[in-house]
Write a protein that binds this ligand. Structure first.
Ligand code: 5AD
Ligand code: SF4
Length: 440
C-alpha cells in the first residue's frame, strides 16, 4: 500500500539537503512525500545535535507526536540525523518513536519503516565511510525551484574540540566530481537559478580517479562552467583551507557569488588553540585581507561563539576586536554548549558561568547589529543584481531577493517573475535588510 510521508527538518543546510535525499529514497519505495502533517502516515524528523537546545527542541516535539499518535493510531514516527546517531537508544525508548536512522543509513529507511510494525530492532546507526548517496537525485517539492543544494562532502575530520559533528556524521568523504556535475546539470536543466555546494568543510573537497585529481577550486570552476547562467554558492569553508586559488576562482568567474562564509569562532589565539581550530587570529586576518584585496565587494559572514572554556574577558574582547576589523556583513552568534563525548567535554572545564555567557552573547549581537547596519548603509545608492525569491512576508505588494553578497533586498513588485534577476537601486537599509527601487 502506498503511504504518505512527511519530513520535518531541523539544523543546518546539510540536513535540508539530506531530507531531500531521504524523500527521494522513500519515493522510489512507494512512499509519497506530502507537505502537511495531517496527511502523513509516516513522519520523519531530521535532527541536529550541535547545541543542547537543538536537542531539547526535539524532545518537546516528540511529546507533541506522542499526543498525535493517540488520535492517529497508525501513524509511525522516525528520527534521523545527528541526534539519531548520538542518542539512538534513548530516542527509541520514547513512546512516540518507532524507528531511528543515522546519517549514513538513509538507504535502509524504507525497510525500517516497513518493519516498524514488527518486534525487531528498528535502529540503523552504522557508519558507512563509503556512503555519499551517489546516484540518488534529490526530491524537490517544487515550492522553491530557484535554489538547490548539492552536497559535495559528508562528515568531518577536523575534530574541533567543542564540536559533535565528527561523532554524528563520521569521517569526511567527497562525492565524485562526475556525480556533482551531473546533479548541477540536472538542476540547471530544471530551471534552477542558484546552486549551493554543501559540506561540513567544502573547501577540503578532494576526489581522485584514473583521469583526474580534483580539489575544491578545480571543482567550483567546473561547476561554474557547467551552469554559466546560474549563481554558484558554497558553504561551509574552514579558514585553514581557504586557498589563494579558491579566492582567485571566485574573482575570476562572474557567476560564483562574491560571498564567503568563513567561521572564525573566536578572535583569541589561546581560545582558538583550545578549540583545535588549526589557525591563528593572524592567519585568519591575513586570509580576510587577501579576500578583500582580490574580490572587491565580497560579502563576508561568520559563525562566532562566546563562553568557551577558559575564555576570559580579555580574550572575549579580542573576538569583539576581530569583528571590528573584519566588519562581517552578518554573523551567526552563539554561546558555548558542552557536547558529550567531544574532546572539550573530556579535557576542559566549562568554566564561564551561564550569566556571563548570556551577557557576552548579547554584546556579540549588539556589536554585529551595529556593524551590519553600517555595512548595509554603505550600499545605499548602489545598484545591485538581485535574484527574486518570492513575496515579502510583510506585504504582497513587495518582493524580496538576495544580492550576490547574500543580502536580502525588498522592493516594490511590478509584475516581476520570481526566479528572475533584476537590478535594484538601494535606497534604504536596516541591519537586516536593504530596500530599493527596481531599475528597468
Ligand atoms: N556550542 C556552541 N556553538 C557551537 N557550534 C558548534 N558546536 C558548538 C557548541 N558546542 C557553532 C559553531 C559552528 C556552528 C554551526 O555552530 O559556531 O560553526
Ligand atoms: Fe546540526 Fe551540525 Fe548535524 Fe548539521 S551537522 S545537523 S549543524 S550537528
Amino acid at each position: 500500500m502506498n503511504k504518505n510521508i512527511y519530513i520535518e527538518t531541523y539544523g543546518c543546510q546539510m540536513n535540508v539537503a539530506d531530507s531531500e535525499t531521504v524523500a527521494a529514497i522513500m519515493q522510489s519505495s512507494n512512499f509519497t512525500p506530502v507537505t502537511k502533517i495531517g496527511e502523513a502516515d509516516v513522519v520523519i524528523i531530521n535532527t541536529c545535535s550541535v547545541r543542547d537546545n537543538a536537542e531539547q527542541k526535539i524532545w518537546h516535539r516528540l511529546d507533541f507526536f506522542k499526543g498525535l499518535k493517540r488520535r492517529k493510531k497508525h501513524l509511525k514516527v522516525g528520527i534521523i540525523g545527528c541526534m539519531a546517531q548520538r542518542v539512538a537508544d534513548k530516542l527509541l525508548e520514547h513512546e512516540a518513536v518507532d524507528f531511528v536512522a543515522g546519517p549514513d543509513a538513509y538507504r535502509s529507511l524504507p525497510e525500517l519503516v516497513n518493519e516498524a510494525d514488527i518486534e525487531v530492532n528498528h535502529i540503523n546507526t552504522y557508519f558507512d565511510i563509503e556512503e555519499t548517496y551517489s546516484g540518488i537525485v534529490q526530491y524537490k517539492n517544487g515550492e522553491n525551484a530557484i535554489s538547490g543544494f548539492v552536497p559535495i562532502t559528508r562528515g568531518c575530520n577536523n575534530f574541533c574540540s567543542y564540536c559533535i559533528v565528527p561523532y554524528t556524521r563520521g569521517r569526511e568523504r567527497s562525492s565524485s566530481y562526475n556525480d556533482i556535475i551531473n546533479e548541477v546539470a540536472d538542476l540547471r536543466d530544471k530551471g534552477y537559478k542558484e546552486i549551493t555546494l554543501l559540506g561540513q568543510n567544502v573547501n577540503s573537497y578532494y576526489f581522485e580517479d584514473d583521469n583526474k585529481m580534483v580539489d575544491f577550486p578545480t571543482l567550483i570552476k567546473m561547476v561554474a562552467e557547467t551552469a554559466p547562467e546560474m549563481r554558484i554558492r558554497f558553504t561551509t569553508s574552514h579558514p585553514k583551507d581557504i586557498s589563494d586559488s579558491l579566492i582567485e576562482a571566485i574573482a575570476q568567474y562572474d557567476n560564483i557569488c562574491n560571498h564567503i562564509h568563513l567561521p572564525v569562532q573566536s578572535g583569541s589565539n589561546k581560545v582558538l588553540k583550545l578549540m583545535n581550530r588549526k589557525y591563528t587570529r593572524e592567519w585568519y586576518l591575513e586570509r580576510i585581507e587577501k579576500i578583500k584585496s582580490t574580490i572587491p565587494n565580497c560579502g563576508l559572514s561568520s559563525d562566532i561563539f562566546c563562553g568557551f572554556s577558559e575564555e576570559t574577558e580579555t580574550e572575549f574582547q579580542e573576538t569583539l576586536d576581530l569583528m571590528n576589523i573584519v566588519e562581517y556583513d552578518s554573523a551567526f552568534l552563539f554561546k558555548y554548549s558542552v557536547r558529550p563525548d567531544t574532546a572539550a567535554s573530556k579535557t576542559l572545564v566549562d568554566d564561564v558561568s551561564e550569566t556571563e555567557k548570556v551577557a557576552r552573547l548579547n554584546r556579540l549581537i549588539a556589536l554585529q547589529n551595529q556593524i551590519s547596519l553600517k555595512k548595509n548603509k554603505a550600499d545605499i545608492g548602489k545598484t545591485l543584481e538581485v535574484l527574486i525569491e518570492g513575496f515579502s512576508k510583510r506585504s504582497k505588494d513587495f518582493l524580496f531577493g538576495r544580492t550576490q553578497q547574500n543580502k536580502v533586498v525588498v522592493f516594490p513588485d511590478a509584475n516581476f517573475k520570481v526566479g528572475s534577476f533584476i537590478n535594484v537601486k538601494i535606497t534604504d537599509a536596516s541591519s537586516a535588510t536593504l530596500k530599493g527601487i527596481p531599475k528597468i
